[in-house]
Design a protein around this ligand. Structure first.
Ligand SMILES: [Zn+2]
Ligand SMILES: [Zn+2]
Length: 308
């Protein structure tokens, strides 16, 4: 695991593990970036799945910190590749509590639904990839909401509710460094492309909530963005935020138009490739999951409108 100090007392810990996911469209092992904030009220941000938890704790010990003293574990949202290790970590670390948004907490108190959802997306071999998924007991849980403020490593941080990628997604804003640990809230980044993908995911993606969350992030005027998986972004955050807002909205328009014209998912996917690439034949992977995530969102919206 690579460790890099990104701010005084804050380390980015990078590793990868053996899974290709539709979520990120990786064409190799899944990269993962977690962060360790040392000092008074120490924390691990976005711990990842249980399969990398031992490695994560070893990396923190190598930096010279006593992992038994870790206070908080804060995933950006309840998906296996971010919150998966929470239950294992609070069992392993005598003082640690896991921090969840009020909407996400029930999914970690009882992991049955998360287990079933993970098996749906990744198949029955999900546990081999991600490791075991343990629940987090109430007495080891801290529940937060939008605006919850707390000290990490002696500095001021604030929870920013950023739903869309999932219904419980949070960003963690470092007030002093003006750095936003944005999870998937500001899209998915691939190292060799300068354009982010929308914050899509399967099976649940809320397009309008995502756009609202992107705008909320812009209002924080962050000077640094730290997206999950890819880690610290050196680019100007305002460019990244403008780009992800634009791509999220414009892909929505393309996909909605295709649906109205009665096109198949794969025909809509072709339109998406023509939009994303100067030369669509250079498209490096399938955009089908993206098309399906938007389509199912619009179908849910239409069904809701019919009901009311
Ligand atoms: Zn996710
Ligand atoms: Zn992820």
């Amino acid at each position: 695991m690579d460790a890099e100090q990104i701010f005084p007392g804050v380390w980015e810990l990078r590793t990868s593990y053996g899974v290709d996911t539709a979520e990120l469209f990786t064409d190799g092992p899944m990269p993962h970036a977690a962060w360790f904030i040392a000092g008074d009220q120490s924390a691990i941000l976005d711990p990842g799945p249980t399969s990398i938890a031992e490695e994560l704790l070893d990396a923190i010990r190598k930096l010279g910190y006593e992992t038994d003293l870790i206070d908080l574990v804060i995933p950006s949202h309840i998906h296996i590749d971010h919150a998966g290790a929470s239950g294992w970590l609070v069992k392993e670390l005598p003082h640690a509590r896991a921090v969840f948004h009020t909407r996400g907490a029930p999914f970690m108190r009882d992991v049955a639904r998360l287990t079933a959802g993970t098996a749906d997306v990744f198949g029955e071999e999900w546990e081999e990839i991600f490791g075991p998924l343990l629940p987090v007991p109430d007495e080891k849980m801290t529940i937060v909401e939008d605006g919850s403020a707390f000290k990490l490593g002696g500095n001021d941080y604030r929870i920013v509710f950023m739903p869309g990628h999932s219904l419980d997604h949070i960003g963690i804003f470092d007030e002093g460094n003006k750095a936003l640990y944005c999870g998937h809230g500001l899209g998915n980044y691939k190292p060799h492309r300068y354009m982010p993908d929308p914050p899509m995911t399967l099976p649940y993606f809320d397009v309008d909530a995502s756009i609202e969350s992107i705008r909320k992030a812009r209002n924080l005027e962050p000077e640094y963005l730290l997206p999950v998986h890819s880690g610290f972004l050196a680019s100007n955050p305002s460019f990244a935020i403008d780009a992800v807002e634009r791509v999220t909205i414009e892909l929505g328009e393309i996909i909605k138009k295709g649906m109205l014209e009665g096109l198949s998912d794969s025909d809509i996917e072709n339109s998406v490739c023509r939009y994303m690439f100067a030369d669509p034949s250079k498209s490096d992977r399938s955009y089908l999951p993206l098309v399906i995530s938007y389509r199912t969102y619009y179908e849910r919206q239409t069904a809701k409108a019919k009901k009311s």
